[in-house]
Design a protein around this ligand. Structure first.
Ligand code: OGA
Ligand code: NI
Length: 345
């Protein structure tokens, strides 16, 4: 618990375990560009076209007029700040755990395998099912509005994700409920990532380059820059749009669409002066759900590029392949992971 970054009044220098060796530091990003912004209040046909275009060109886009009330987003930001800045350490000590199997926990560093290397981020990670039922019973009770605000945010944001999946189905020629059920029915994860100011941003990363391994991710950030995305072989900075969600496709969506939609690599940079907090909702399949390319994307000319495996096996293989790779090469190619599965079987 003492090693949590946000508990230190300030950091005079970057401890060695956070320092990325210079030869492994990723290349700097070019100027900030705005990701395409999709207005969800448009007609369904317009929105479908916009997400498909943005999704195919960038793999990342932002959505506005998504129906999650502005007041709730502000409340969510306020409660997250209260959690990290005002709640005394003793009140959150019981949440701290380095056990990756625990569904609800507070930790420092990253969930990715790092070979001992650490990233400049604290994280409160909470899981729930949908419908919620009593799945949030282990969530923290403090600050006092946390439960109420987090649950509303989580449910409504998941709803936006499900609507986007339905619109994608229309755009892709899949039946509208293709992703309903087990493909999106695993535990939903709410991650509150906190990146404190870093005394030497040129040597430490907030999150290493990675692809999300779930189905689809929705991210709400404040005005502080930090997220960078690969576009056309270069890193570009994401310009935050107030009140928007940043949306990106996970590896499972790449598999289902047989590679038509790509899960794009992204990372988080640190900065010296401003703390940054982001809130992510990860929608993912059930552990025993078989995920493979949908028939609609296959033909004699388009054979399956990915194997059909359960999401649980995929995750296990994903971490094994990652463990074998260098600590900073965390975006093991999806095809390598699938090849690894082939070799394991
Ligand atoms: C993630 C992620 C980006 C951010 O949690 O997978 O990419 O800005 N987060 O926190
Ligand atoms: Ni991510």
């Amino acid at each position: 618990m003492e090693n949590m970054l946000h508990l230190a009044p300030c950091h005079a220098s970057v401890p060695d375990c956070f320092v990325v060796p210079p030869d492994q530091l990723p290349p700097a990003a070019s100027a900030a560009v705005s990701l395409p912004v999709v207005d969800m209040s448009g007609s369904r046909a317009e929105v479908c076209r916009a997400i498909l275009d943005a999704g195919r060109e960038f793999g990342f886009f932002q959505v506005v007029n998504h129906g999650v009330p502005e007041q709730l987003l502000q409340d969510m930001e306020a409660v997250c700040d209260e959690f990290y800045y005002e709640l005394p350490a003793a009140e959150k000590a019981h949440l701290y755990s380095e056990d990756k199997q625990k569904p609800n926990r507070l930790f420092s560093g990253t969930t990715y395998e790092t070979g001992g290397h650490k990233y400049w981020m604290d994280c409160l990670r909470l899981a729930f099912t949908f419908p919620v039922g009593d799945s949030t019973s282990e969530w923290p009770h403090k600050p006092h509005r946390l439960r109420e605000v987090f649950e509303k945010f989580a449910v409504l944001t998941r709803g936006v994700g499900m609507e986007l999946l339905r619109l994608l189905c229309l755009a892709l020629g899949l039946r509208p409920d293709y992703f309903d059920g087990d493909l999106s029915g695993g535990d939903v994860i709410l991650s509150v990532n906190h990146y404190p100011p870093c005394p030497n941003p040129s040597v430490a990363l907030g999150l290493p380059p990675h692809c999300d391994r779930n189905l689809i991710t929705l991210l709400h950030t404040g005005p502080v820059h930090g997220l960078e995305v690969v576009y056309d072989g270069d890193w570009i900075k994401v310009e935050p749009v107030p009140g928007a969600f940043v949306v990106n496709f996970g590896l499972q969506l790449e598999v289902v669409t047989n590679g038509m939609l790509k899960s794009v690599e992204h990372r988080v940079m640190t900065n010296a002066t401003l703390a940054r907090t982001s809130r992510a909702i990860f929608i993912q399949p059930k552990e025993d759900c078989l995920v493979g390319p949908a028939e609609e994307f296959l033909s004699e000319d388009n054979p399956p590029c990915y194997r059909t495996v359960t999401f649980g096996d995929f995750r296990r293989m994903h971490s094994v392949v990652k463990l074998g790779s260098s600590s900073l090469n965390l975006t093991t190619n999806l095809k390598d992971i699938q090849k690894g599965m082939y070799q394991m079987n």
